[in-house]
Design a protein around this ligand. Structure first.
Ligand SMILES: [Zn+2]
Length: 377
């Protein structure tokens, strides 16, 4: 649906951090928000996104000891440096865009360390705060593990002001299923360090395999702390062990097992599970969502289920028969949905018109963008 994938990198993208005078615009107990002179930033919106991110990361990784610098990146900065740093075309994968990153503090007084965020997005903030916490602890982790952990914790949804970690990252799952890596590739990727200027494709694959290995470690010990997952890895840190873990994660039915979370008694878990599933482009995933939609009573979760099935319909080339069945329940859910947020209600109205074929492509894209919190991952 969106040709451009969002990336969250801990690259050494120091260009945007260097030589610019960032100005503090808001200070809270845990963080200070900075922006560049001349740019305005929606402070309330950032605060709403950051608070659940801090709670989620501190719950899992311990409290931050120092106030964290958060830099609000301007989406379309003039001058080019930032723009260049944010766009990449990844061979074999396509265009991707860096929308957030973390820079470790250095001795260079002209370079600000901290978190850089293009928009007030809790998932992106969680991802980058994982890097910030690791940096603060001074732990030396392999790049793949740190990125994998950041992706795992950064995948989820905000439900009633809380970040629910889901952990199933649909994009890497699909890419790793489509492209099998050789042992030589795997060995090379496991050895990539943050300070290496790895080619962008390798850097992306480091994120993918990192997520796949961490996902397996987490499935094995769901209630363990992150450092226990790391210890479990270190007990057998061979390429063969990495391969076995990746294979388990990308096995055909792994997402079907994971989607059992759609029956969790906590609606936040169900919401986080449904969100983003369209990226699997899988008819079996859509079937599972649809089955849940039949029983689901919580309106936010119902809406997320319907919207993700709808987008899957456009992505997965479902058969006419499948559509016939999917369509009835999905359309009636979207028709009867009632969204409290006025902007979301307006986007929903546009989606309804789009379904009747009465909008331009640009309008329907805008409509879906306005509902991103239900489907974007
Ligand atoms: Zn990262």
């Amino acid at each position: 649906m969106r040709p451009v994938q969002s990336l969250l990198f801990a690259l050494v993208v120091s260009l945007a951090a260097a030589c610019t005078s960032w100005q503090p615009v808001e200070t809270r107990e845990a963080w200070t928000l900075y922006t560049k002179p001349g740019y305005t930033v929606d402070i309330a919106c950032f605060a709403r996104a950051l608070e659940p991110a801090f709670v989620a990361v501190e719950e899992r990784m311990g409290p931050f000891r120092k106030n964290v610098r958060i830099h609000a990146l301007a989406e379309a900065a003039e001058g080019g440096l930032e723009a260049e740093a944010q766009f990449e075309t990844v061979p074999g994968i396509g265009p991707a865009r860096v929308r957030a990153f973390h820079v470790r503090a250095t001795a260079n007084p002209f370079q600000s360390g901290g978190v850089f965020l293009e928009c007030a997005d809790t998932g992106a903030a969680v991802h980058e705060l994982v890097h910030a916490r690791v940096a603060e602890e001074g732990v030396k982790l392999p790049l793949w593990f740190e990125e994998g952990l950041a992706q795992f914790y950064g995948d989820g949804a905000v439900y009633e002001d809380r970040w629910y970690v889901d952990g199933l990252c649909c994009w890497p799952l699909r890419e790793l299923r489509e492209e099998r890596l050789s042992d030589t590739d795997l060995e090379r990727l496991l050895a990539v360090r943050g300070s290496d200027s790895a080619p962008s494709r390798d850097n992306l694959l480091v994120h993918f395999i990192g997520w796949a290995i961490v996902f397996d470690l987490a499935r094995e010990a769901p209630n363990a702390a992150w450092h226990q997952w790391y210890d479990a890895w270190r007990a057998d840190d061979s390429t063969a062990a990495a391969r076995a873990r990746i294979e388990r994660t990308i096995a055909d039915r792994s997402h079907v097992d994971w989607l059992k979370r759609l029956d969790d008694e906590d609606p936040g878990v169900r919401f986080a599970t449904a969100k983003g599933t369209w990226k699997l482009r899988s008819a079996s995933a859509a079937e599972r969502l649809l089955a849940r939609l039949d029983d689901e009573e919580e309106p936010t979760v119902r809406f997320a289920l319907a919207l993700n099935v709808l987008i899957t319909g456009g992505e997965a080339r479902l058969s006419g028969r499948q559509w016939g069945r999917f369509g009835r329940l999905v359309f009636s859910t979207l028709r009867s949905a009632n969204l409290a947020d006025p902007a979301e209600a307006q986007s929903l109205e546009l989606v309804r018109r789009a379904l009747r074929g009465r909008t331009s492509k640009a309008e329907s894209d805008r409509a879906f963008d306005g509902l991103a919190r239900y489907w974007d991952e």
